[in-house]
Structures are given as C-alpha cells and as structure tokens.
Design a protein around this ligand. Sequence first.
Ligand SMILES: *Cc1c(COP(=O)(O)O)cnc(C)c1O
Length: 316
Amino acid sequence: MSISSVLGRRVPYEDVLLPNVSFVNPAFEYHYRRNNETEEEYAERLIHELEAHFLGIGPEKIISFIVEPVVGATSGCVTAPKGYFSGVRSLCDKYGILLHFDEVMCGVGRTGSYFAFEQEDGDVLPDIVTIGKGLGGGYVPLAAMLVNDRIVNTLRQGSSMFNHGHTFQAHPTACSAALAVQKIIRREGLVSRCADLGSKFGQRLHAEFGCCKYVGDVRGRGLFWALEFVKDKKTKTPFEVSVGFGAQIHQMAFDLGVAVYPCVGTVDGVVGDHILLAPPFNISDDELDIIISTLRRAYHEVELHYDNAMRGKMPV
Ligand SMILES: *Cc1c(COP(=O)(O)O)cnc(C)c1O
C-alpha cells in the first residue's frame, strides 16, 4: 500500500503508511509525453528526472526502485517509452540501487512473454521480480519473490537469513497447485498463445473502439488490454469523477455477461477512467469475439446514456 499510487486505496491507511517511500512521475506517454518530444526524448527526460530524484534523496539511502513493466490497475496496461528501462537499469547500477519489477499482474505469460520485462529493449534484467495472480492460475492464493544471484550471494555471505516470513510461506499445497498450473502453461504453449491471440485481440479492439467518441486510448500487450475513456479526445480531458464512466461500462458489460475490471484515477490517481481486459490464457477465438461484441454494446449504451444526460434529458 505504501508504494502504491492508487490514491483511493491509500486514503483509509494514510496514517500508517511508511514515510520512507517517494514517487516519481509516471512513464505514461498518452498523458505525459509533450507534443514536441519523441518517444526517446520523453524517456530521456524521465531518466533525468529519476536521477535528480535519486540525488535529491541521497542514493545511499535508497534500497530499490520499484516499477511495473506493464502497469496494471493503476493506469491500465501502460508500457514505458522506448529506452526507459535500459536508462533506469543504468541509473540503478550507477548508484547501487536494486531494480524491482512488480509483475504481479503483468507477469507469468499474460503479456505474451513469460516475464513482461523480456519485451523491453536492451535485455534489461531486474534484481527482484514479484509475481502472483497468474502464478496459481487463480486456483490457489500464492505470490512469490524472485531474486538474482547478487542478492542470494549477499545473503549467503552474511547471516543467510531472510528475516521476513509468513506462517503459511511456501505452503506445499499452494506451491504444488501453482507448479501444476505452470506445467500446463508450458505444455500447452500458453505464453506464445497469449502473444498470438493477443495481437489479434488488440487489432480487433483498435478496430472496434479506436474511433469511439469517448475512447481516448486502446493499449496493451498479449492478453492484457485497456481502454481509457476521456470526455474529449483532442485534449485528452478525463470525465468528472462523479460521472463514473468506467464504472458504468463495467456494470453494463457485466449485466450483458462480460466481466471487465474498471479503475479510476488513471491520469493522476484521482481523475481518469479505464477498464482492463485480461481474459484467460486458454480462451477460444469465439469467446474473444463475444467479449468484443458485448463490450461494444455496453459502450454504446453508456455513450448514448451520457449524451442524453448532457442534453439534459436524464440524470447522469
Ligand atoms: C494485485 C497486485 C499486487 C498485490 O499482490 P498481493 O499478492 O495481493 O500482495 C501487487 N502489485 C500489483 C501490480 C498487483 O496487480
């Protein structure tokens, strides 16, 4: 919770969150790349900002830089601009800061490679990766922390103790169920299936929603896609929070038979709406078509309802 920027979730815990955490600007092209910047220039600016941030705190006081390679609920399947992660890796190396990728949502095949970070330029490798969710395929509660040799060897040279644990850590039943899930993912080639089906799914989403009046951006990788909704596509202005545009899409789609994950605060933790689409790795082509056609119906119903409300015909 302390390292999360989903403000709505933090609010009830504000008084007990850790004070020794700080945040940098998000690597989020759709909203934050300047019009006169290329993707690479934007990445460079972010790297400069990050270095200034490290120096401002004092790099010797920083244990790690934590980032989602493909952002999940916070802003909706956002990928970083080209060159960003290799820049981050160099800075972490320069200042002796661990690089921690949070792949709880995007990892374990979801984006079309086993780890989401594999798709980044420059063969960037993290020191720590956290995974969860898809690790147990949703059947068992399990999450894991993966660490590289550098960390293992450092622990070995010291006490060899990892002084942090849970009662049910490494629970054999959960681990064995997750291992079974991972074997099936490998046996059935589900990671490359995510990549293949995902590129078709993405094309369909672009084709069906790219021109919609209130769909500002369609983005994602593999079987992990988001639609971001905006009130004005030209200026990328989000809806007022009170409209609950994403929540309305979610409710309508759910009533029609498709569950999507609605999130608010897309732009800055407060305003902005998006939905996440993360279908099962073994979904069929026909089922993907059902998702698209149902979502189209839901979107158009909500669009009509909003337009009518704006014309003063009925309440939002
Ligand atoms: C769900 C999620 C978490 C929380 O994982 P837990 O295993 O419930 O602690 C952390 N990071 C991301 C990106 C998530 O999506």
